[in-house]
Design a protein around this ligand. Sequence first.
Ligand code: FPP
Length: 230
Amino acid sequence: MDGNGRWAKARGLPRLAGHRAGTENLRRTLKACVRHGIKILTIYAFSTENWGRPAEEVRGLMTILEQVIERELKELHEQGVQIRHIGRSDNVSPRLLKKIQKAVELTKHNDTLILNVAFNYGGRQEIIDAVRRIMREGIDPAKVDDALLSQYLYTAGQPDPDLIIRTSGEMRVSNFLIWQGAYAELYVTPTYWPDFNEDELQKALDHYAARERRFGLTAEQTKTLAEQAK
Ligand code: FPP
């Protein structure tokens, strides 16, 4: 959800106004995703690196997240959204953690759409956490493969993302789902996140639909496999 700060600056507003506008847009986008039948949406809300931002902005983002949970949880639950937190819990205030846990617990049986909230999240940290758990559990190194490691990530049990959308024109992955996104299609739009609307989402989905995903194979092999799968 990149570009909130620049969106605000372009309007002579404080950065937090951009994050608030970004939050409103998340609400709209989530509804659009439900309408499009998207089953899993992962949003990058706060990275492990974001703690380094000015204290006022960090505090503001924490407050926004708390307020969003307070304000939106009931409606999200009614829409059938299952909220999951992916990321670490350290440094997060106990009050906010409690609210996150409440949202996760309340919605855990919903199945319209899974909303992974990447909060205090870093892709490298996620892999480190997975390796630590694997080692702690004394897993035989010979048993460690793609499938096993995936089961130790925060997204265990979920398929890899098909499409990663980055707003505001930055051509970087920025430590987001670096393991799971190995074969994801990337879509970058210059639009700032608060302005990323349903038309933009449709454009991203159209681009995705037009791409040929080969997973390292040749075009011919991919075609044969697709025909066999029919
Ligand atoms: C990136 O834009 C955005 C963020 C670091 C925060 C995103 C958070 C929200 C939209 C609100 C809280 C989250 C939830 C789940 C309700 P930026 O600040 O890096 O923008 P810039 O690159 O233009 O400065």
